[in-house]
Ligand binder design. Structure first.
Ligand SMILES: C[S@@+](CC[C@H](N)C(=O)[O-])C[C@H]1O[C@@H](n2cnc3c(N)ncnc32)[C@H](O)[C@@H]1O
Length: 290
């Protein structure tokens, strides 16, 4: 009788960390079995250790990336956590709109956008509550490390279960085209949004122009403290001096000296500090980890 193969989960954890900076706890090693089963099938393999040995022997960057992407947690929903969007509607956006009345431009970034619901929630918020901005240049960028979720965000098509999470009924009617079990975001909203694949932990970040609002929610919890610190310093450079950063409800900036937390509307957002008017330089991940 052949001995069952034991799996070198440590190798897989290290590989995921190297590519996405996501720290996976050994107590959750079982997730490799569930999340990589499709990839194994596609590779014609039956056991996870076969994959580990293949990766060890043959450097295969595409397959390594596929493993790292398959291990990301893509949980999201429309208007997730509600309060940031209410605060934007009632307070933050009216002020930003007044401040940008000459340039008539607003830039929003949903960093780690998963399947796009956060970006489309912003597009709906603009259309629903700020119709007078119809002639403005409003750009909503969404980025994620996973090509699969970025493709889904670009398609803007959602299943009934996703539609039932956080979306007011009138938004479903006004902003989606319905066919069978799938609801697709209307073209007028899709035009406001642009999605692309990008790893937040491999500088440079994919933008040069600054943003007025950045969402960086529910992704840093998978990163080490050093990675968080480096990422937030780079995000700081990409936020307008009067811009707003939202983190997930259980997340904090790793380096509080460059951010001012503001408690309002039952939630917390962050404003960038600019001591002496100087901008903070880009931090690279290797040096931040030293
Ligand atoms: C839990 S979802 C959060 C989605 C959305 N921000 C929200 O709060 O609803 C985390 C997302 O972060 C992405 N992610 C993980 N590591 C990343 C990295 N290094 N760079 C970019 N995106 C990453 C995952 O692919 C996943 O889609």
């Amino acid at each position: 009788m052949s001995t069952p193969l034991s799996v070198d989960y440590g190798y897989l954890r290290q590989l995921v960390f190297g590519l996405s900076q996501n720290v996976l706890d050994p107590s959750r090693d079982y997730l490799f079995d569930t999340r990589l089963s499709k990839l194994l099938r596609n590779q014609g393999m039956t056991h996870l250790e076969e994959l580990v040995q293949h990766l060890r022997l043959r450097k295969n960057p595409a397959l390594e990336r596929a493993v790292a992407e398959a291990m990301t947690i893509n949980e999201t929903s429309f208007f997730r956590d509600g309060r940031p969007f209410e605060l934007l509607r009632l307070d933050l956006l009216p002020k930003l709109i007044e401040a940008r009345r000459l340039s008539r431009t607003l830039r929003i970034w949903s960093a780690a956008c998963s399947t796009g619901q956060e970006a489309y929630s912003m597009a709906m918020l603009f259309r629903e509550h700020f119709p007078s901005l119809a002639g403005w240049n409003i750009r909503i960028e969404g980025t994620d490390i996973s090509g699969e979720v970025v493709e889904r965000a670009q398609a803007g098509s959602y299943h009934r279960i996703e539609m039932n999470r956080g979306l007011p009924a009138r938004f479903v009617v006004n902003y989606f085209d319905h066919l069978g079990e799938s609801w697709t975001v209307k073209q007028e909203l899709r035009k406001m949004c642009n999605f692309r694949q990008a790893n937040l932990c491999i500088p440079p970040l994919p933008f040069h122009e600054r943003f007025d609002i950045i969402f960086l929610r529910n992704v840093m919890l998978y990163f080490s403290q050093d990675t968080r610190k480096a990422l937030l310093a780079n995000i700081h450079r990409l936020l307008a001096p009067d811009g707003v950063l939202f983190l997930g409800s259980s997340e904090q900036p790793a380096d509080p000296s460059i951010w001012t937390p503001v408690l309002a509307g039952g939630t917390c957002h962050f404003r960038p500090n600019h001591p002496d008017g100087h901008r903070v330089g880009r931090v690279d991940f290797a040096s931040a980890a030293k």
